[in-house]
Design a protein around this ligand. Sequence first.
Ligand SMILES: Cc1ncc(COP(=O)(O)O)c(C=O)c1O
Length: 377
Amino acid sequence: MIYFDNSATTKAHKEIMNTFVSVNENFWANPASIHEFGHHTNELLQSARTQVADVLKTSSEKIYFTSGGTESNNLAIFGLANKYKLRGNHVLISAIEHPSILEAAKMLQQQGFMVEKITIQKDGVISLEDLKTLIRKETILVSVMHVNNEIGSIQPINEISTIIKSHSRAVFHMDAVQSFGKMLVNFEEQHVDAITISSHKIHGLKGSGLLALKNSIEIDPILYGGGQESGIRSGTTPVPLAVSTAKAVRLANTNLKEHIDTLKKMTDELKSFLKTFSSIKIISPEITAPHIVSFSVRGVKGEVFINALQQEGIIVSTSSACSSKQTKTSHVLKAMHLDDDYIKGVIRLSLSYTNTEAEVEQFKKIFTRVMHVIKGD
Ligand SMILES: Cc1ncc(COP(=O)(O)O)c(C=O)c1O
């Protein structure tokens, strides 16, 4: 099988699975228990927190382990808006956020906050002019994803931050689910206040992830109970998942430059190949994340290719895993004003550094054959 659907999820690394098993076997106490076993388990949990904080360049008290990207994004939207609501009630998000931001923001609006969306240009990058028009001193929260999961567009995080900071006191949250492990992500490089990471997108385990905050930022809880995770995320902390997450974060950040080069080489090759077909349009913008190639075959539904490629052992997807089972048009492609002719034919290839050039060559061969059968090209 050639698996080119790594933006939907990645295969867990064996060593991360081993960590999970080993922590379950040896440190299964409740980290909040006052006996020694609990104490040792808690030490392991805190060292996992410190490891993540070191990578992201913040302090360990500002790392909150969660059940993944969706929970971290919900925590950021509700927790930050509620924390800072005395400053104002205006919230900005981009029009191409993941549903875990879009739907949470919709709920925020129903609770009385005023939520507006920053428009997207044709290249899938937010309009900085629109941001300048929309931002005001009552803006308390801005949430913009680093890399879009459907097309791979990269948002100009530093420019966005400069605009935010010069017009408001708003907190800036960045969904880094698709960028962490494929680009440099940390609080020193990016002038952001909060970062979401999901473990299963970086060869970690599903159902785990984290929200990280800059030292000066505070947040309200969205889960109430026993006060775990500094009172921000109650519930007995799943130490095996937290330690596995820390391992996934460390591994994703190790040899990052080499991984980026490997990814770029493979996706550049795929783009050059796809450009040789006259009925194919590359949807991913010129400046794009190194792991995603989104393209469309004019006049043929994406599903037709997905099924045909699957029969040849190649796994790809339509625009995103969330929308691929739904018939409604992707909000991202709509926001980019892509022609209807192309929207239905979108296919997303998303690679991991674990893919190989041999797989890319094999894909090219099989795709050419499938294209010939379906399009006669
Ligand atoms: C950009 C982005 N944010 C958030 C999520 C949600 O992450 P999780 O699956 O861990 O809930 C995804 C998952 O596809 C994503 O691509």
